[in-house]
Write a protein that binds this ligand. Structure first.
Ligand SMILES: *[C@@H]1O[C@H](CO)[C@@H](O)[C@H](O)[C@H]1NC(C)=O
Ligand SMILES: *[C@@H]1O[C@H](CO)[C@@H](O)[C@H](O)[C@H]1NC(C)=O
Ligand SMILES: *[C@@H]1O[C@H](CO)[C@@H](O)[C@H](O)[C@H]1NC(C)=O
Ligand SMILES: *[C@@H]1O[C@H](CO)[C@@H](O)[C@H](O)[C@H]1NC(C)=O
Ligand SMILES: [Zn+2]
Length: 417
């Protein structure tokens, strides 16, 4: 009986070949107010028979933790909160109805399959087709590039955008969807790419044209395809490991690998993989990055959610490298991000403001290639919708995020020129 309980949802879905349902799954927002309550939440997270999906991790006292709980565990989890006097709210009553709403909103967007805009979340195929279309629309500016490949044989497609020669030492890298379920991340990177190509705003134009750009909207293509075909809440790659699937591709890079904030359990959502670069996605993309890393002025990777701007590194709270420059620039960036819609972000070292997490693409790049400016964004929101951010928020999220990038580059250019 116990063994049956341990079979993860993903595997059952794979066996049945249908969509994982989250009927009556509830997301609670719990706020630890002292160390004991924080420890209680951490042990709930690590309960091996429960395998609860923590949408955000227990970080520190005072910072809310979002936990998705299946119907049969709700009573136990609520009892646990009450026994330890942990304050909590229901954030999402029924996760499946949110997923259904998102699906409906995607279907109702009235876009024909060849059309691409930011009124919906697009599939991998739609995104890749759009990238290819850009190379035809802007043949002198946009080049299709192949950043690597996936376990299931997909390509990690990207584009290089260059408006004129001479910008090679001012290159910007933007990637997204290393974590499959963080859909707003891919919508934001494609929004920004489109703005750089089409905007008539003079500030956007001059920023676009004075840099070279690499965009890789979906760097975990198998995982992202799987969130559309089988399980909206999938995070990892799809490599089989025993009875479970996938490595967390943002715990798999070869810098401080498995040095905290990941696990050696293939069923866990933060499985670091059997060895550094065990995943073909991270290995092949890292090979590609080596070729451009020395030219990078700015590296950005989009995640969701929590509204944070994170600076290397994830293994230590020490302020290493040029933190004393990137931190004040980050503060300016989030101030400009807040201007349009009032969206508030916090800035800081990964280990300091979220939690120890090792093996990320950003840390690998910063440590090996000393890219002057490197930031990981945790985009909107702060847990109202979590990973299921409504499609109406795609455009505002893209706009405010682009504002922050313009500010970063204005500052960063001072150090490059
Ligand atoms: C996307 O296209 C649809 C159909 O043409 C249109 O109704 C909608 O306003 C567009 N949305 C955006 C954000 O451009
Ligand atoms: C870019 O940097 C390299 C190495 O410092 C240098 O040789 C090259 O001339 C630079 N290119 C431009 C356009 O400044
Ligand atoms: C940052 O720290 C370095 C090394 O400690 C120092 O040389 C530099 O002046 C500092 N820069 C700023 C802007 O504080
Ligand atoms: C142009 O874009 C910048 C950056 O997003 C913004 O601050 C500015 O208000 C825009 N200008 C106009 C005329 O819309
Ligand atoms: Zn993420």
């Amino acid at each position: 009986m116990k063994l049956v309980l341990l079979i993860p949802l993903g595997l059952l879905a794979f066996a049945r070949g249908d969509f994982v349902k989250y009927d009556d799954y509830t997301v609670y927002k719990a706020i630890p107010e002292n160390e004991n309550q924080l420890a209680t939440l951490k042990s709930l997270q690590h309960d091996i028979t429960f395998q609860l999906d923590f949408w955000t991790e227990p970080k520190k006292v005072g910072i809310p933790v979002d936990i998705m709980v299946p119907p049969e565990r709700k009573e136990y989890v609520q009892d646990t909160f009450e026994r330890h006097q942990i304050k909590y709210d229901v954030m999402i009553e029924n996760v499946q109805s949110r997923i259904d709403e998102e699906k409906l909103s995607n279907e109702q967007s009235k876009l024909s399959t060849e059309d691409f805009n930011w009124s919906k979340y697009h599939t991998l195929e739609e995104i890749n087709n759009w990238l290819m279309l850009l190379t035809k629309t802007y043949p002198d500016k946009v080049t299709l590039v192949n950043g690597g490949s996936s376990y299931e044989g997909r390509k990690i497609l990207g584009v290089k955008v260059s408006f004129r020669p001479g910008n090679e030492n001012k290159t910007v890298w933007i990637d997204s969807l290393i974590h499959a379920r963080e859909w707003i991340a891919g919508a934001t990177s494609t929004f920004i790419l489109n703005q750089l190509l089409t905007s008539t705003n003079s500030t956007i134009r001059s920023t676009a044209e004075s840099h070279d750009w690499y965009f890789f909207p979906v760097i975990n293509p198998d995982g992202y395809a799987y969130t559309h075909s089988n399980d909206r809440m999938w995070r990892k790659t799809r490599t089989p490991y025993g009875r479970c699937f996938g490595t967390d591709p943002n715990r798999n890079w070869d810098y401080k690998w498995s040095d905290g904030g990941s696990t050696n359990d293939p069923c866990s959502d933060v499985y670091a993989g059997p060895k550094p670069f065990s995943e073909i996605e991270t290995r092949s993309l890292s090979e590609y990055m080596k070729g451009v890393a020395k030219q990078l002025e700015l590296f950005i990777t989009f995640h969701s959610y929590s509204q944070l701007m994170l600076i290397p590194y994830g293994h230590t709270t020490a302020h290493l490298d040029n933190y004393n420059i990137t931190y004040p620039v980050g503060l300016k960036a989030v101030a400009s991000l807040a201007q349009k819609y009032g969206t508030q972000y916090s800035v800081g070292d990964i280990a300091e403001i979220i939690y120890v997490a090792t093996g990320s693409n950003m840390d690998w790049l910063k440590a090996n290639y000393h890219v002057p400016f490197a930031y990981a964004y945790e985009l909107r929101d702060q847990g109202q919708y979590g990973f299921l951010l409504p499609t109406e928020q795609i455009v505002p999220t893209g706009e405010e995020t682009l504002d922050s990038i313009i500010t970063i580059l204005k500052e960063a250019d001072k150090y490059i020129d």
